[in-house]
Write a protein that binds this ligand. Structure first.
Ligand SMILES: Cc1cc2nc3c(=O)[nH]c(=O)nc-3n(C[C@H](O)[C@H](O)[C@H](O)COP(=O)(O)OP(=O)(O)OC[C@H]3O[C@@H](n4cnc5c(N)ncnc54)[C@H](O)[C@@H]3O)c2cc1C
Length: 445
């Protein structure tokens, strides 16, 4: 960075400019898993700053990464030698209309902080499972959270957003303003501009009943089938994840169901949870009434291993798939597999209402495949075998759970009709593809 170019930037940028020689560079250079060495990190205070930052990066031809919470599994929110716009300074959570439960949230806020800030208002938004995931990235992917079956995806509660486009315009996107842009940001990732603020219609949320049930592995096929059968008829207040784990160090393989019953009626919660206590012998259970904010946790990925992340939406979790899942998991060296229950409110939204098209999925498979850091191609291929055995019926994938972003992943995320519509919106709002560090949509007519 030349001193002169930074002086020009500072004329219309009120935020922090962080360079490799600065003391706080170490704190901002990396994203969640990925290490980076950007030439400059710009931390804006408002939308006008964001517009100045985009112009600065564009004029100098710098690679541009956008970061809200920094949790991109594919490492999109840092880079080497380019510019990062880090939105962590735009992180307010304001209730702007008490009667309508309207809240305005800065893109750089973290979902754990959002849940805590909304708790005194007895409000909540179904977002994700992790406190430190950012509002900006998760929302634009869809947002599959602990109340997905009751309240749908995070985008299903979104009513408007403020977006700074590649040419520096500050636009409002909603059902009635720039409606095509509003459609695109609800599932289309960060392809169209930098979102600075989101307006959500939050839901009344009191206490929830949440925790974990751990099972004996006597009969894994019966356990998986029992969970599948029950989630097909369970009340929509109940969202659950079946977790099938390999051994870890001294810990043997295990199976558990993580639950969140989004309701404060203890008797109704018990009735909803009881069938899950009968699908296999229970080793332990820890389910308590708690604030929704307490359900979100911090993720702790194991150190010293390479983690491949794969995911697949499954429209019909049929008996063959149940058998394949049971045969290939809960063993030494198998992937850690999450199976998230979907349906309910998420399914009732038409597939073309937003850029998130996978409304008909019964479940989402998310696999974390652990490899030694020096794993070669043969080892990688072998480690992926259990995944290949269960993902073959998938109709698509979720943007949030991939460790890479090749054309194959982009095609899995966006079915052809969705992609074509996104490409037109891209051409209108970002014809030069300035925002390309993402699951990229190429501008087209
Ligand atoms: C530990 C962990 C747990 C997760 N759990 C869930 C879960 O329960 N449910 C779920 O749905 N997803 C989950 N995810 C996936 C998560 O939604 C995505 O990784 C998401 O992109 C993270 O958002 P972020 O703001 O933290 O990421 P960032 O890394 O900051 O952003 C990711 C990308 O999104 C785009 N982007 C981010 N902010 C903006 C913005 N303001 N304007 C324009 N573009 C932007 C950019 O392309 C950026 O590179 C999880 C991920 C991790 C690592």
């Amino acid at each position: 960075m030349t001193l002169a170019s930074l002086e020009t930037l500072k004329q219309d940028f009120s935020g922090d400019v962080i360079l490799p020689e600065d003391n706080n560079y170490e704190q901002v250079r990396n994203a969640y898993i990925y290490k980076g060495s950007p030439a400059v990190v710009l931390r804006p205070n408002n939308a006008a700053d964001v517009a100045a930052a985009i112009r600065y990066a564009k004029d100098r031809g710098l690679l541009l990464s956008i970061r809200s919470g920094g949790h991109s599994n594919a490492g999109h929110s840092t880079n080497n030698g380019g510019c990062v716009i880090d939105l962590s300074g735009i992180n307010q959570v304001e209730v702007i209309d008490t009667a309508r439960h309207l809240v305005r949230i800065g893109a750089g806020a973290k979902w754990g902080d959002v849940a805590k800030a909304l708790q005194p208002h007895h409000l909540g938004i179904s977002s994700g499972d992790t406190v430190s995931v950012g509002v900006g990235g998760l929302t634009q992917g869809g947002g599959i959270g602990w109340m997905v079956r009751k309240h749908g995806l995070a985008i299903d509660s979104l009513v408007a957003a403020e977006v700074v486009t590649a040419d520096g315009r500050i636009l409002r996107a909603s059902a009635s303003e720039n409606a095509d842009l509003f459609w695109g940001i609800r599932g289309g990732g960060g392809n169209f501009g930098v979102v600075t603020n989101f307006e959500f219609e939050a839901h009344p949320v009191g206490k929830v009943h949440a925790g974990v049930i751990m099972y004996a592995l006597d009969d894994v096929p019966a356990l998986v089938k029992g969970w599948r059968d029950y989630m097909r008829v369970a009340p929509e207040e109940l969202s659950t994840t079946l977790l099938l784990m390999p051994n870890f160090g001294d810990f043997p393989p295990g199976a558990m169901v993580l639950v969140c019953y989004a309701g404060d009626d203890a008797a109704a919660a018990q009735q909803a949870l009881d069938p899950l206590l009968k699908i296999a012998p229970v080793l332990q259970q820890h389910i308590n009434e708690k604030e929704y904010a307490a359900v979100l946790e911090e993720a702790r990925p194991p150190a010293g291993v390479r983690i491949l992340v794969r995911n697949a939406f499954v429209p019909d979790f049929n008996d063959d798939l149940v058998a394949a899942v049971a045969a290939h998991h809960c063993k030494t060296g198998t992937p850690a597999l999450q199976i998230r229950s979907l349906g309910g409110a998420m399914k009732r939204v038409p597939a073309d209402a937003t850029a998130f098209a996978h409304r008909d999925a019964e479940v989402l498979f998310v696999a974390a495949i652990f490899l030694p850091l020096d794993a070669d191609d043969a080892m990688t291929k072998a480690a992926l075998k259990p995944w290949d055995a269960i993902s073959y019926t998938s109709t698509g994938a979720y943007i949030g759970f991939f460790d890479s972003a090749t054309a194959k992943e982009v095609a899995a995320i966006y079915p052809p009709a969705t992609y074509q519509r996104l490409a037109k919106i891209k051409k209108q709002y970002d014809p030069q593809n300035v925002f390309n560090q993402n699951y990229n949509v190429t501008p087209a007519d």
